[in-house]
Design a protein. Structure first.
Ligand code: CDP
Length: 571
């Protein structure tokens, strides 16, 4: 098989790669191009394949898979495969025990993980509450939030992989006595800035919310009831803060534990920073995402449909690739290595879903959109499960297999990551999210910014006869959306949906549709308009819980003063 796949990288993608991913020498000079980068990754991952006879063939297959932008692994694999660090996973959870040595061991492990580009999640629920007695000193404990601040400060000092700042997730159970302080800890936007926070919500709490009753607070150090709170009051406060600045999120901890295939090893207490991986202590996951925009075929009439055959092969190859990553991975502390080899967890996901829907002429916020999500994800699930079962037949199941479910090579297979950077490299829409805007700005030579629309939108508008020179500026004035612009026919207004055109319940239903076929979790933002109310936030929470989602994050437009992506000016 010849290796000359044409690598079609956008200008933006090349900039990202040059800045963060290409290997550099000690002087910081780039020493790699995109072909060499994909070869480096493919060779490193194929070289650990258990059957030596397959290695050369797989190296070529993996190379073509990535160079064609059909699939990309998560950032740490791109940066570190075949290089000295060798740490390939994006997602980690570390335990925080209720003692100084345990806490500071974890601070150290966190620093080492951040250096390699991984993100870390923690449950602070085992820490005794603020004011509880510390036996050795007779003093008072400073409580979970104070230790989050310690990790936050240490994170500030370390840049991930020398390029990006570390990301953390802090989680506290809703029945921890310090829960109110935790819920408010990010209301001051200068505090714990390197953390996302989520409240671990129990079924008991949700029942109390629905029945408007009180629920008990439990001291983790002695298991005693330390008081009670009105569930509605706490629920309102979470929703209020999320409405005001996007945090905290919710983590449905009992839903997550009902899907635990290794209950004798651990119960889940935390997730990674973006919430798509619920992990046990010292557990990690390496991710990879299939670019759905590259899984379309066009017939002679110019109509697009899903290329199911190609998708089947991509899922098969991606599972093989990610399973090899488990063996190629190098961890900074031995506990991580042991647990990762125990579960062999991988996280195969997607990107470009919103683009795929546009080509198929299906609105994101429609029953047909949900059906397409289910068709694609159930197909991916079926092929991924089959591939992992086949690998188990030849190489054995994951060592922590407890006989729950079918015998597989990997404890978990599927997820949907945000794909924040890799979707930029692939030049497609991120994860399962809708496009944020159908218009961007291009920097031109003289420093001016010219608006330009999504290529496929321009193509359709010209073909269907509704293009005009002023259309881009009309879209800019319309917050990056074409909905409501009279010259755009209604059908296309629906097809070219943006995040803010889509009402919150549709966002939640889409998350729920994907979650049905995913053993890990889904990273998704429930975007809301500026006018959304606290009650709207609460309705989304209830819907997400009832649909079996493992968590939910809402974001009301404009609620954070330092909002990174402004409507119509995304890049
Ligand atoms: O696109 P990329 O592979 O860079 O990452 P992503 O899909 O946006 O994020 C996947 C996971 O990587 C997140 O859930 C975090 O666990 C981790 N991450 C991180 O540690 N630091 C970041 N700045 C971004 C992501």
């Amino acid at each position: 098989m010849s290796g000359n796949v044409e690598i079609m990288l956008s200008e933006n993608a090349l900039k990202v790669l040059e800045k963060r991913y290409f290997a550099k020498d000690e002087m910081g000079v780039v020493r790699e191009n995109s072909e060499e980068m994909f070869r480096r990754i493919a060779n490193a991952i194929a070289s650990v394949n258990p059957q030596p006879s397959e290695r050369e063939f797989l190296a070529e297959e993996y190379y073509r898979f990535m160079a064609g932008l059909d699939f990309l692994p998560n950032s740490p694999t791109i940066m570190n495969a075949g290089r000295p660090l060798g740490q390939l996973s994006a997602c980690f959870v570390l335990p925080i025990g209720d003692s100084m040595p345990e806490i500071f061991d974890t601070v150290k492990a966190t620093a080492l993980i951040h250096q390699t580009g991984g993100g870390t999640g923690f449950s602070f629920s085992r820490l005794r509450p603020k004011g509880a007695v510390v036996r050795s000193t007779g003093g008072q404990a400073s409580g979970p939030v104070s230790f989050m601040k310690v990790i936050n400060a240490s994170t500030d000092a370390i840049k991930q992989g020398g390029t990006r700042r570390g990301a953390n997730m802090g989680i506290l159970r809703v029945d921890h006595p310090d829960i109110l302080e935790f819920i408010d800890c990010k209301m001051d936007l200068t505090q714990v800035t390197n953390f996302n926070i989520s409240v671990a919500i129990t079924d008991v709490f949700m029942k109390a919310v629905k029945e408007n009753t009180d629920y008990d607070l439990i001291s983790p150090n002695n298991g005693e009831v330390a008081g009670s709170l009105s569930a509605r009051m706490v629920f309102d406060r979470i929703a209020h803060n999320a409405w005001a600045n996007g945090e905290p999120g919710l983590f449905f901890i009992d839903t997550a534990n009902r899907a635990n295939p290794t209950p004798s090893k651990w119960t889940y207490e935390a997730t990674n920073p973006c919430g798509e991986q619920v992990l046990g202590p010292y557990e990690s996951c390496n991710l990879g995402s299939i670019n759905l925009e590259k899984h379309l075929v066009r017939n002679t009439k110019g109509q697009y449909s899903v290329d199911w055959e190609k998708l089947t092969h991509s899922v098969y190859l991606a599972v093989r690739f990610l399973d090899n990553v488990v063996d190629a991975n190098r961890f900074p502390i031995p506990e991580l290595e042991e647990v990762n080899k125990g579960t062999r967890r991988i996280g195969l996901g997607i990107m470009g879903f919103a683009r795929l829907l546009m080509y198929l002429e299906i609105p994101y916020d429609s029953e047909e959109g949900l059906e397409m999500a289910e068709s694609i994800m159930s197909h991916i699930q079926e092929v991924a499960e089959r591939t992992s079962q086949e690998l188990a037949a030849t190489q054995g199941p994951f060592p922590y297999f407890e006989g729950i479910g079918t015998k597989k090579r990997n404890s978990h297979l599927l997820t949907i990551a945000p794909t924040g950077t890799i979707s930029m490299i692939a030049d497609t829409s991120s994860g399962c999210e809708p496009e944020f805007s159908i218009i961007w700005y291009k920097n031109v030579m003289d420093g001016t910014h010219l608006p330009y629309t999504l290529d496929y939108f321009t193509e359709v508008a010209q073909r269907e006869g509704f293009w005009s020179e002023e259309l881009p500026s009309l879209i800019v004035k319309n917050h990056g959306s074409c909905r409501g612009i009279p010259q755009v026919p209604e059908k296309w207004q629906m097809v070219f949906a943006t995040a803010h055109d889509i009402s919150a319940p549709w966002h939640v239903r889409m998350q729920g549709a994907f979650q049905k076929y995913i053993d890990a979790a889904v990273s998704k933002t429930i975007n809301m308009s500026q006018e959304a109310t606290i009650e709207d936030v609460e309705k989304s929470y209830l819907l997400a819980y009832d649909l079996g989602c493992k968590g939910i994050t809402v974001y009301r437009d404009g609620s954070r003063s330092n909002q990174v992506l402004n409507l119509g000016t995304g890049s």
